[in-house]
Design a binder for this molecule. Structure first.
Ligand SMILES: Cc1ncc(COP(=O)(O)O)c(C=O)c1O
Length: 376
């Protein structure tokens, strides 16, 4: 889609192409970020560009631990946190640490398209399970799918691509189910929660922390979306303080950060985000974009579950063949992504972390296609 977008832009001009295919935040980082960066550059710390502990600076890990303690009501310490190169780096470190060849990792469709690659990177086998009509994991399917080889379950809420946010009750029941299966098979099952969009959540919802519902839980996240810093590759891994064999696990993360060649998360960014743990881009602005696009798509007759977080929506494809439908939109220079890329054919993903001109400009194409397929 990225290349397709470049070709279309060359052919029709930047202003006539409406690229809703990529999750690259349109917003600039909050002002506190540039202030922090400027302060640091003007007052450099001795040795601030040198190698460091592979886990990251203790001061940064302590700041993350303090923020997590505040958000979850569970006491985290510096020893529960490992800084990583984005959420992607964090997930690869976790999977490298916990997986033996042939171990199963359960994911729920629709899912972030890289999960299968990352699981495969470390010799695991991805098992894809369905969600319900609101994109919430089906726990009866999970119960049936767990075997003695299950090493982890990955969840992602707010979800890319659906924007679904899992309610506390769902996470609670998920935790109960995992513990039941752990004792049935005498194994440990990690709940890996990908919280890349944890702070981008709408309608006054509060984020229910997984840590309260399963001691074998590991959170991976980054500041790619909440501080709009995807190019800076800064994120972290947090382990439940009561996770069994926690020390061994964290040692594994630290070792794998090295062994995978990340070595440590970027030094400059660790210095800056240390004081930004409570800061987030304007969620209200994303909510405004969601409301605008959702309102128009529904009015045109598209079937969409209203997203409660992240910056994507995942409407039903009016054609069974989602790739063909995405091509129809492309005829009007509107770029989206077919659902099959996320393990859910029959849908398409629209990314609304774009400027208002692009969102507004895309409506004519959505309308033409809606008319063609008699949605109105
Ligand atoms: C659900 C999800 N997880 C992980 C990532 C990777 O994030 P990062 O850029 O911080 O590595 C993304 C990026 O879009 C994502 O959508």
């Amino acid at each position: 889609m990225f290349e397709e977008g470049s070709i279309l832009r060359q052919r029709y001009g930047e202003e006539n192409v409406f690229d809703l295919s990529i999750g690259n935040p349109v917003m600039e980082p909050p002002v506190e970020f540039s202030q922090g960066l400027k302060r640091l550059v003007e007052n450099p710390l001795p040795g601030m560009h040198r190698y460091m502990e592979n886990a990251g600076y203790p001061e940064t890990r302590a700041a993350v631990a303090a923020q997590l303690s505040l958000e979850t009501g569970i006491k985290f310490s510096v020893n529960d946190i490992v800084m990583a190169c984005g959420a992607a780096g964090a997930l690869n470190v976790v999977l490298k640490t916990i997986l033996n060849p042939g171990d199963e990792v359960i994911v729920f469709a629709p899912y972030f398209m890289e999960y299968e690659n990352y699981i495969d990177n470390h010799g695991g086998v991805a098992k894809v399970l369905p969600t319900d009509e609101r994109f919430i994991p089906k726990l009866d399917a999970l119960e049936a799918a767990i075997t003695a080889k299950t090493k982890a379950v990955i969840i992602n809420s707010p979800n890319n691509p659906s924007g679904a946010v899992y309610a506390e009750d769902v996470i609670h029941r998920l935790g109960e189910l995992l513990r039941k299966k752990e004792s049935q098979y005498r194994i440990g099952i990690f709940l890996i929660s990908d919280e890349a969009y944890r702070k981008i959540i709408y309608d006054g919802l509060r984020y229910p922390p997984v840590f309260r519902h399963h001691p074998q839980s590991i959170v991976i996240t980054s500041h790619s979306k909440d501080l709009a810093l995807p190019g800076e590759r800064i994120g972290y891994i947090a382990v439940h303080p009561n996770c069994s064999r926690r020390e061994e696990l964290v040692d594994g993360f630290i070792f794998c950060n090295r062994a995978l060649g990340y070595v440590n998360a970027p030094a400059l960014m660790q210095h800056v985000v240390r004081s930004l743990q409570h800061v987030t881009v304007s969620v209200a602005e994303y909510q405004k974009k969601r409301d605008f696009l959702y309102g128009h798509l529904v009015e045109m007759g598209y079937s969409v579950v209203k997203p409660q977080g992240a910056f994507y929506m995942f409407p039903k494809s009016p054609l069974e063949e989602d790739v063909a439908f995405v091509k129809e939109l492309q005829q009007w220079n509107v770029l989206t992504v077919p659902g099959r890329g996320f393990g859910s054919p029959g849908y398409f993903r629209v990314s609304y972390c774009v400027d208002d001109r692009t969102l507004e400009g895309s409506l004519a194409g959505f309308k033409k296609v809606a008319q063609k397929f008699n949605l109105c």
